[in-house]
Design a binder for this molecule. Structure first.
Ligand SMILES: [Zn+2]
Ligand SMILES: [Zn+2]
Ligand SMILES: [Zn+2]
Ligand SMILES: [Zn+2]
Length: 132
């Protein structure tokens, strides 16, 4: 007797048309065994799932996932949400730090132009403590 390949207890009376596993009626739904339906895209319910949507967490296939940046993928349903959220991607973060550095440079440059940068005396005189 062939047992269900999902639970290993009940007789596998049904054949999954997708993977060919023998499963019991408990572990087949929508014409697929539990293993196949778990690995199936939750959006189109047709393709093999690739990964989870970053927002709703549903398994989705390559077709139903939209890449929002280098690392994040969301399903079509969540795309408007992802756009509204505006995650700072790695690229944006780099741009930000570059901007900050540029600003610091500009401020420094301005000080230099006015000759206001406190510089150590070449003579090396210390003490006294008279500051104008
Ligand atoms: Zn079973
Ligand atoms: Zn299957
Ligand atoms: Zn899909
Ligand atoms: Zn989603």
């Amino acid at each position: 007797m062939v047992t269900c390949e999902v639970c290993g207890e009940a007789p596998g009376t049904l054949l999954c048309p997708t993977c060919g596993r023998r499963v019991c009626p408990l572990h087949i739904s929508e014409g697929r065994c539990l293993i196949c339906s778990q690995a199936t895209c939750r959006i189109c319910k047709r393709n093999l799932a690739l990964t989870h949507c970053m927002i709703c967490g549903r398994l989705a296939c390559n077709n139903c996932l939209i890449q929002v940046d280098n690392v994040r993928r969301v399903c079509r349903d969540c795309l408007p949400l992802a756009r509204a959220r505006k995650w700072p991607g790695p690229g944006e973060v780099r741009l930000y730090s570059l901007g900050a550095r540029r600003l610091a440079y500009r401020v420094l440059h301005r000080y230099k132009a006015r000759g206001n940068i406190p510089q150590p005396e070449p003579g090396g005189r210390q003490g006294g403590g008279s500051v104008g």
